[in-house]
Ligand binder design. Structure first.
Ligand code: AMP
Length: 143
């Protein structure tokens, strides 16, 4: 299965935030949308960074509650690893494992066109394992 097939099911919507928003505003967004990360984009949806709940926890641990007034720009990750629509689930799992993160923006010429989370990957892998088991059961029963 490819990233393209996952996006066909889940859609291309991605929650984004402006680099000038405060961390508190980013927290509101994460809580309201029940997600763990937001992508920081410029006007033309060029990817500028990614901010996850872990970045916010780090900022609060370092600066206390007053750290929440800092801009997203001050603690987002700037070197964002992305994938493309043609990439396979195995490739996505490899990127997430190597990079130790749970979110992978999908890019087309640097522009954001979707996001794959570790939850999306696990869901598809479980479906695949269940399909394989069912085929094996059918094969054994028919034999
Ligand atoms: P996560 O596991 O996705 O919540 O993120 C853990 C850390 O990795 C945080 O510092 C994120 O900013 C960073 N991060 C998340 N996704 C990516 C990505 N695709 N590329 C680079 N860094 C990322």
């Amino acid at each position: 299965m490819t990233v393209s097939a996952i996006l066909k099911q889940k859609g291309h919507d991605v929650v984004t935030v402006d680099a000038r928003a405060t961390l508190l505003e980013a927290c509101d967004l994460l809580a309201a949308r029940r997600i763990g990360a937001v992508v920081v984009v410029e006007e033309d949806r060029q990817i500028r960074g990614i901010l996850s709940e872990r970045d916010i926890v780090r900022a609060v641990a370092r600066d206390g509650a007053k750290g929440l007034t800092a801009p997203v720009d001050s603690c987002m990750t700037r070197e964002v690893v992305t994938c493309r629509e043609a990439d396979t689930i195995d490739r996505v799992m490899q990127l997430m494992t190597t990079g130790r993160f749970r979110h992978l923006p999908v890019a087309d010429n640097g522009r954001l066109i979707g996001l794959i989370s570790i939850g999306d990957v696990v869901k598809r892998r479980i479906e695949q394992v269940e399909r394989d088991a069912e085929e094996l059961r059918a094969y054994i029963t028919a034999a």
